[in-house]
Design a protein around this ligand. Structure first.
Ligand code: MV4
Length: 588
């Protein structure tokens, strides 16, 4: 068995992998960017190595820095999580060349499946049909027209090296073909560096059903169960569940066997997911994801199998701990992705920032896979998944009715999240009846009334912006929670002078007194970019005077002196990225 695993990732998936390693008695090594110095995955790992840099490219995609951390830590295995290096064959080969196990599939399988045309051909050879299509690279819109005329409109043009829907164009008639091909090719080139596209029939109201498989290096490969991920928006999955609702057992069996055939056709081992479109009782191979997926916990909940443990076993050269016949699926699991995005009006705008308060729902059959705790910040530089809430029930309705109150119990302050959208989805009669499809969220679900957080009353000119503080009061012995709108950063003082007790939010790690009488070390309250520095060393400043302008969350924020005095030090310059709590100016 591997003895020390380095997790080349961050956030909830790094945390998830660390937890299983601990259960297995495997030492863990975290790596981190400058912004993640104090992140949860770093706090939980046995050892941690700095990668430097802030953006993904500078840190979690810095091969040399990660290889260096592997060498220095003596790790004998690397778990790539999802995203980042998880499907990068150069990385997988580089670490294997050093005698370190890549906890994932063989690079050859990643390559076959990374090219959607070659993956369709591989599936075909294994006797698994994709959506009817033409497995050749398009060079002329006439090919699209000929295909549409033969198979019927609409058709889909897809990027051969794409995935996740980017570079896909739906063509409804011959006269749209030329423009669609050109824009698909250009988007593919921009997104993936390769412009090759192909065409297939477009299914108009399909469900997205994917099949989890796992194989070992002894030739054993099993299907574990399917997940329905139809509730999505712009190719971002929102809700996933297992089993797929209204999905007959014989179809499940056939899809499972098809997925295993696809995996075996490319010499696959470790965990993988074969994606299908399911429409009118038929399923069609779409693509294969050669990594552990975000939504793997729903499969774990219905089978009791720890997929990460099994991945590590396989990468250690052991056999799978179960056979196909050992796998039992029981009950129903639903997962929602809690992203730092504001779903108001269906816009899902990114909402990075510090998490001031985080209270996770608890209770029977409720699981939280999170990457943050209160006091941590969600960075604009990375995926804004805060965590995943997963519930289990004996049947779909029990799971759905368990998720709704869990969502109501969830408290998160500081960032807007997708939770209100999940309430709308899970509470909708279409979802309850499972008549939704991949287009349902975008075309049918009304999110116009959804708001992520109570909005602050509009700021009156000349008055400081106000924020909401909840205070508990008792009226005739009955408890009420009262929302107070107070100037930002002013502590809420309850009667008697004590700071609002009980439900007072933990002080954010970054908080620095903004009121006069501060320490003189002026810190920024959230991460962002300095757009302007307004003072220089030697300047005399008054408390409350602006010292710099911080652009964060698409807004310019004035950062003010917390005390009067002379500027002793200016630690930033225009254009510089700063993290929450970073000191920008020192006043003495
Ligand atoms: C399709 C399709 C309909 N017909 N292909 C989008 C993501 C990528 N994995 C493939 N996708 C689709 N391919 C044909 N021939 C509809 C989609 C699709 C979709 C698929 C899975 C999950 C969500 C989706 C949302 C919109 C479109």
């Amino acid at each position: 068995m591997l003895t020390k695993v380095l997790i080349a990732n961050r956030g909830e998936i790094a945390v998830r992998v660390i937890r299983t390693c601990r259960e297995l008695g495997i030492a863990t090594v975290a790596v981190y960017s400058e912004l993640d110095r104090d992140a949860l995955h770093v706090r939980l790992a046995d050892e941690a190595f700095a990668l430097g840099g802030q953006t993904a490219a500078e840190s979690y995609l810095n091969t040399e820095a990660i290889l260096d951390a592997i060498r220095r830590s003596g790790a004998d295995g690397v778990h790539p999580g999802y995203g980042f290096f998880s499907e990068n064959t150069d990385f997988a080969r580089a670490i294997t060349a050093e005698g370190v196990a890549f906890i994932g599939p063989p690079p050859e399988a990643i390559e076959v499946m990374g090219d959607k045309i070659s993956s369709r051909i591989a599936a075909d050879k294994a006797g698994v049909s994709g959506v009817p299509g033409d497995n050749t690279v398009l060079s002329d819109p006439k090919q699209v027209i000929a295909f549409g005329e033969k198979h019927g409109w609409p058709v889909a043009i897809k990027a051969a090296y794409g995935g996740g829907g980017r570079g896909m164009r739906v063509v409804n008639s011959a006269d749209e073909a030329a423009a669609a091909l050109e824009s698909a090719q250009s988007e593919a080139l921009k997104g993936f560096g390769r412009s090759e596209c192909y065409v297939e029939r477009y299914l108009t109201w399909p469900r997205h059903v994917e099949m989890q498989i796992i194989g070992d290096t002894f030739g054993n490969c099993v299907w574990v169960g399917e997940r329905d991920c139809s509730a999505q928006r712009r190719h971002q999955k929102l809700v996933e569940e297992s089993p797929a609702p209204a999905f007959p057992d014989d179809v499940r069996q056939a899809m499972g066997e098809a997925a295993v055939k696809v995996a075996q056709a490319c010499g696959y081992y470790n965990a993988g997911t074969v994606e299908f479109l399911f429409q009118d009782g038929e399923f069609f191979f779409l693509e294969m994801n050669t990594r552990l997926q975000v939504e793997h916990p729903v499969t774990e909940f219905v089978t009791g199998i720890d997929l990460v443990a099994e991945q590590i076993r396989v990468a250690s050269g052991e056999k799978l701990s179960f056979t196909q016949d050992d796998i039992e699926r029981r009950g129903h699991a639903i997962e929602v992705r809690v992203n730092a995005e504001d779903p108001a009006g269906g816009k899902f705008l990114p909402s990075p920032g510090p998490i001031n308060r985080l209270s996770i729902p608890q209770g029977p059959f409720v699981r939280w896979d999170g990457g943050y705790e209160a006091g941590d910040a969600v960075s604009q530089y990375y995926d804004n998944l805060v965590g995943k809430l997963i519930v289990w029930g004996r049947d779909r309705e029990e799971a759905r009715k368990r998720m709704l109150p869990a969502l109501d119990e969830f408290v998160i302050d500081g960032v807007a999240t997708t939770i209100p959208a999940h309430r709308a989805i899970l509470g909708h009669p279409d979802f309850a009846a499972a008549v939704h499809s991949t287009k349902w969220v975008e075309e049918r679900l009304d999110l116009s009334g959804v708001s992520a957080a109570p909005m602050a009353p509009p700021a009156v000119d000349g008055e400081p912006a106000k924020v909401r503080r909840d205070v508990d009061v008792e009226v005739n012995g009955k408890r009420f929670s009262v929302a107070m709108w107070v100037p930002d950063a002013a502590p809420v003082v309850a009667m008697g002078g004590a700071p609002s007790a009980g439900r007072a939010r933990p002080k954010p790690a970054a908080a620095s007194g903004a009121a006069a009488g501060g320490s003189g070390a002026v810190a920024v309250p959230m991460q962002g970019t300095i757009v302007k520095v307004l003072v220089a060393v030697g300047d005399a400043v008054e408390a409350g005077q602006a010292v710099c302008i911080l652009e964060a969350m698409k807004m310019e924020n004035q950062i003010n002196a917390d005390t009067s005095g002379e500027v002793k030090e200016v630690k930033v310059e225009a254009g510089q990225a700063v993290g929450a709590g970073d000191v920008v100016v020192v006043i003495g």
